[in-house]
Design a protein around this ligand. Structure first.
Ligand SMILES: C[S@@+](CC[C@H](N)C(=O)[O-])C[C@H]1O[C@@H](n2cnc3c(N)ncnc32)[C@H](O)[C@@H]1O
Length: 213
């Protein structure tokens, strides 16, 4: 199982959009060649729609990787808005920095290098939008910090909640058993969070979308 849709539906949905920004296309190619997991194009389009709809002043991203999603968000943020993005891999962060420079978006993006579990408790000001896309075993704790840092009325956007289809599958290959367990436990917490209106949408690898009451 490689995705959450049947292959024909997946192919059908992917045919519509060609990427015309050369840097975005280059990052997609880099991610494919170097096996860096980034948001699917459909999930990234959906995230951009959310950004346009809510017009956030302050965005927090947990898991920048090579800054693909960071740049896609920053490109459409309004003039005074900013994105803070946390990345713990020095190697990924070095490539992220290069890409941010190439995009000319250094004034909008504050890349913080380190473990979000250490950095988030030090953050004081709240955010209008939080995008969680880090290691699955840490989702629960990162989500708890996110709920503290999310403004009332703010939106949380979380990737991989259908986890290649395994979240809802009966047979899970050995290498996915532990991660699937983490995702399933997390989904129960996410969908039952009292101060959040939450849904999981079958876009990309499964997007959790929550609005804080
Ligand atoms: C799925 S990738 C992020 C992809 C990126 N959001 C995109 O769509 O372009 C996950 C990244 O999160 C980073 N990461 C995982 N756990 C983290 C943590 N606790 N703190 C900071 N970064 C973390 C990993 O090093 C990896 O680069």
């Amino acid at each position: 199982m490689a995705g959450i849709l049947f292959p024909a539906q997946d192919k059908y949905l992917k045919q519509f959009k060609k990427e015309d920004d050369p840097l975005i296309a280059e990052m997609e190619q880099y991610a494919k060649e170097h096996k860096v997991p980034i948001l699917s194009r459909q999930a990234a389009d959906f995230l951009e729609q959310i950004v346009l709809l809510i017009n956030p002043r302050r965005v927090l991203e947990i898991g920048a990787a090579i800054a693909y999603s960071t740049i896609r968000i920053a490109k459409i943020l309004k003039k005074k808005s900013v994105i803070h993005s946390i990345e713990m891999s020095e190697d990924n962060a070095a490539i992220a920095r290069e890409n941010i420079e190439k995009a000319g978006l250094g004034n909008k993006i504050d890349l913080k290098i380190g473990n979000a579990l250490t950095i988030m408790p030090q953050l004081q000001k709240k955010y209008d939008l939080i995008f969680l896309d880090a290691d699955k075993e840490d989702y629960k704790r990162l989500f708890d910090y996110s709920m503290i840092l999310l403004k009332s009325g703010g939106v949380i956007f979380i990737d991989n909640l259908l986890w290649h289809g395994f979240a809802a599958a009966r047979k899970i290959p050995g290498e996915y058993r532990i991660s699937t367990k983490y995702i399933r436990e997390f989904n129960t917490v996410f969908m039952n969070q009292p101060n959040l209106i939450a849904t999981i949408l079958p876009i990309g690898d499964g997007i959790g979308l929550g609005v804080k009451r």
